[in-house]
Design a protein around this ligand. Structure first.
Ligand SMILES: [Ca+2]
Ligand SMILES: [Ca+2]
Length: 82
Protein backbone atom coordinates (compact mmCIF):
# COMPACT_ATOMS: atom_id res chain seq x y z
CA UNK A 1 0.00 0.00 0.00
CA UNK A 2 1.35 3.43 -0.90
CA UNK A 3 2.04 6.15 1.61
CA UNK A 4 -0.71 8.29 0.08
CA UNK A 5 -3.26 5.50 0.43
CA UNK A 6 -2.34 4.99 4.07
CA UNK A 7 -2.70 8.73 4.68
CA UNK A 8 -6.15 8.72 3.09
CA UNK A 9 -7.14 5.72 5.13
CA UNK A 10 -6.01 7.39 8.34
CA UNK A 11 -7.86 10.59 7.47
CA UNK A 12 -11.03 8.59 6.90
CA UNK A 13 -10.57 6.81 10.18
CA UNK A 14 -10.07 10.06 12.09
CA UNK A 15 -13.11 11.61 10.41
CA UNK A 16 -15.22 8.61 11.34
CA UNK A 17 -14.12 8.49 14.96
CA UNK A 18 -14.87 12.22 15.36
CA UNK A 19 -18.51 11.32 15.02
CA UNK A 20 -20.43 9.79 17.88
CA UNK A 21 -22.99 8.68 15.31
CA UNK A 22 -22.81 4.96 14.93
CA UNK A 23 -21.81 3.74 11.49
CA UNK A 24 -24.36 1.00 12.02
CA UNK A 25 -27.04 3.67 11.78
CA UNK A 26 -25.37 6.15 9.47
CA UNK A 27 -24.88 3.79 6.55
CA UNK A 28 -24.19 6.53 3.97
CA UNK A 29 -21.60 8.13 6.27
CA UNK A 30 -22.86 11.72 6.13
CA UNK A 31 -22.72 11.99 9.92
CA UNK A 32 -26.49 12.23 10.28
CA UNK A 33 -29.23 9.65 10.54
CA UNK A 34 -32.20 9.91 8.20
CA UNK A 35 -35.57 8.38 9.04
CA UNK A 36 -34.81 5.50 6.68
CA UNK A 37 -31.42 4.86 8.28
CA UNK A 38 -32.91 4.89 11.76
CA UNK A 39 -35.75 2.60 10.76
CA UNK A 40 -33.22 0.04 9.52
CA UNK A 41 -31.90 -0.19 13.09
CA UNK A 42 -35.14 0.61 14.90
CA UNK A 43 -38.01 -0.86 12.84
CA UNK A 44 -40.50 0.40 15.44
CA UNK A 45 -39.55 4.03 14.91
CA UNK A 46 -42.46 6.10 13.62
CA UNK A 47 -42.19 9.28 11.59
CA UNK A 48 -43.85 11.08 14.49
CA UNK A 49 -41.18 9.96 16.94
CA UNK A 50 -38.47 10.81 14.42
CA UNK A 51 -39.78 14.37 14.25
CA UNK A 52 -39.67 14.58 18.05
CA UNK A 53 -36.05 13.47 18.04
CA UNK A 54 -35.18 15.83 15.18
CA UNK A 55 -35.48 18.94 17.33
CA UNK A 56 -34.09 21.37 14.74
CA UNK A 57 -36.39 19.84 12.10
CA UNK A 58 -33.75 19.55 9.37
CA UNK A 59 -34.94 16.05 8.53
CA UNK A 60 -31.90 14.33 10.02
CA UNK A 61 -30.87 13.27 13.48
CA UNK A 62 -27.38 14.49 14.30
CA UNK A 63 -25.00 13.37 17.08
CA UNK A 64 -26.49 15.72 19.63
CA UNK A 65 -30.10 14.86 18.83
CA UNK A 66 -29.23 11.17 18.96
CA UNK A 67 -27.56 11.58 22.34
CA UNK A 68 -30.61 13.41 23.72
CA UNK A 69 -32.95 10.78 22.25
CA UNK A 70 -31.03 7.99 23.99
CA UNK A 71 -30.81 9.95 27.24
CA UNK A 72 -34.52 10.69 27.28
CA UNK A 73 -35.19 7.06 26.28
CA UNK A 74 -36.96 7.97 23.05
CA UNK A 75 -34.50 5.54 21.50
CA UNK A 76 -32.86 2.55 23.14
CA UNK A 77 -29.10 2.73 23.46
CA UNK A 78 -27.56 0.50 20.86
CA UNK A 79 -24.58 -1.68 21.44
CA UNK A 80 -21.66 -0.68 19.27
CA UNK A 81 -18.37 -2.47 18.94
CA UNK A 82 -19.62 -5.02 21.43
CA1 LIG B 1 -26.73 9.20 6.96
CA1 LIG C 1 -31.85 17.50 13.20
Amino acid sequence: MSRVAIGALLATFVALSAHAMSTEIDTDGDGKASLAELQTVFPELTEELFQEIDTDADGFVNDEEMMIAVETEMLPDIETDA
